[in-house]
Design a protein around this ligand. Structure first.
Ligand SMILES: NC(=O)N[C@@H](CC(=O)O)C(=O)O
Ligand SMILES: [Zn+2]
Length: 425
């Protein structure tokens, strides 16, 4: 039994609060609680309490890519960033595409993870786009959802078949939307930046065409269709129209697509290489507007760690992807909340209740009977992002050197402290 003494966002205001935790669960909340003598007080140093964040799009690289990240280092990065639930993508080696492989992965997670990890499984075997996985068996083995993230499902017929099965199983199909015939060998957005740097471009249509195709298939099959990392204005328009037509489509956007654009890509620097690429200022504005009006449902990081030597290569050579777990909240807080564009409540919802609702996960609120699973945020001090200080193995970020506030300094899961930056008094 202990009492946390902190602040929380409540009915539109930041208010001081005290929370009594009994057996890892919130038992009572109030302005000042009457304390029993034996109760320990956890003084949260005037930090702000949020429910632990949920990120439904991360790459943990284990098995097969342990030089980039492991379940242990990736979940450490998660809890350092205030995340307590993360969903790793199946583009690992091997791909979790069978019951046995999913069970092996689940066992690794049980042994090595430091937060809740809900693994995706693939839509097609080895994510090759040839043969569908046994979706029913995978659901029964505990899959979170189906996706071939890392690549788009190129065949419309195959996507339709997958959606039909997923719909019968009441499981979402989660899509990395990219038509390879349009994306070609592009490495940056096709537009100003590809011309400026003389690099092959990925047009916005490579994404929007897949989304347009898929929302029609979702309408036909009744499937819950979720779009990964939306990056383009045309994609937002297609999703908005589909939602208006009553199609069950949901979507996520990353912090980097909300904060950066092709304008920030000033040289051939692979720290700015990710898929989908940073697009135009107009696209960025459409993403922000789409999130604000509910067309885009929530934020996901697409945490994509890579090794230093891989990302040292040129744009043409280096792999796509940047890390996100340790920088997401501070960047978004600094950029949108500290500037008054969003309320703290909006940002917290886009990182907790909204993704959890879309994927039918248990609610996480700061309310009695909910688990004591929190992110403690320091909103008074600022810090400079130092990629070398990341606990993730991936140091690949375009945000190195940025000054931020809103820093997660402690994370608690079921009443247990799993990450803390300040010293016990
Ligand atoms: N987003 C990326 O740029 N890269 C991801 C793959 C993906 O999410 O598409 C990766 O696995 O590295
Ligand atoms: Zn992807």
């Amino acid at each position: 039994m202990k009492i946390i003494n902190a602040f929380r966002w409540n009915e539109g205001y930041v208010q001081p609060c005290e929370i009594r935790i009994v057996d890892g669960v919130i038992a009572e909340i109030g302005h000042t609680l009457s304390k029993k003598e034996e109760e320990a007080i956890f003084d949260a140093e005037q930090t702000l309490l949020a429910p632990g964040f949920t990120d439904v799009h991360v790459h943990l690289r284990e098995p097969g890519g342990e030089h980039k990240e492991t379940i242990e280092t990736g979940t450490n990065a998660a809890v350092k960033g205030g995340f307590t639930t993360i969903c790793p993508m199946p583009n690992t080696n091997p791909v979790p595409d069978s019951e046995e492989k999913l069970e092996e992965l689940t066992e690794m997670i049980r042994e090595r993870a430091n937060c809740e990890v809900l693994p995706y499984v693939s839509i097609t075997k080895e994510q090759q786009g040839h043969e569908l996985t046994d979706m029913r068996a995978l659901k029964e083995a505990g899959a979170f959802a189906f996706t071939d993230d890392g690549v788009g499902v190129q065949s419309a017929a195959q996507m339709k078949e997958a959606m039909k099965k997923a719909s019968q199983l009441h499981m979402p199909v989660v899509a990395h939307c990219e038509d390879n015939s349009l994306a070609g060998d592009g490495v940056v957005h096709e537009g100003d930046v590809s011309k400026r740097l003389g690099l092959p471009g990925i047009p916005s249509s490579a994404e929007a065409v897949h989304i347009a195709r898929d929302v029609l298939l979702a309408a036909e099959t009744g499937c819950h269709y979720h779009v990964c990392h939306v990056s383009a204005k045309g994609s937002v328009q297609v999703i908005r129209n589909a939602k208006q037509a009553g199609i069950h489509v949901t979507a996520e956007v990353t912090p980097h697509h909300l904060i950066l654009s092709e304008k920030d890509v000033t040289e051939d620097d692979a720290m700015f290489k990710m898929n989908p690429p940073l697009r135009s200022e107009e696209d960025k504005r459409a993403l922000i507007e789409g999130l604000e009006d509910g067309t885009i449902d929530f934020i996901a990081t697409d945490h994509a760690p890579h090794a230093e030597d891989e990302k040292k290569q040129s744009m043409k050579e280096a792999p796509f992807g940047i890390t996100g777990l340790e920088t997401a909240f501070p960047l978004l807080y600094t950029h949108f909340v500290a500037t008054g564009k969003w309320s703290l409540g909006q940002l917290i919802a886009w990182m907790t209740s909204k993704p959890r609702k879309v994927f039918s996960l248990n609610r996480r609120e700061i309310e009695p009977l909910h688990p004591a699973t929190f992110a403690f945020i320091d909103v008074r001090n600022t810090e400079v992002i130092d990629r070398h200080a990341f606990v993730s193995k991936g140091k690949n970020t375009p945000f190195d050197g940025r000054e931020v506030s809103g820093i997660p300094v402690c994370t608690m899961i079921d009443g247990k402290t799993v990450w803390k930056e300040w010293k016990e008094k």
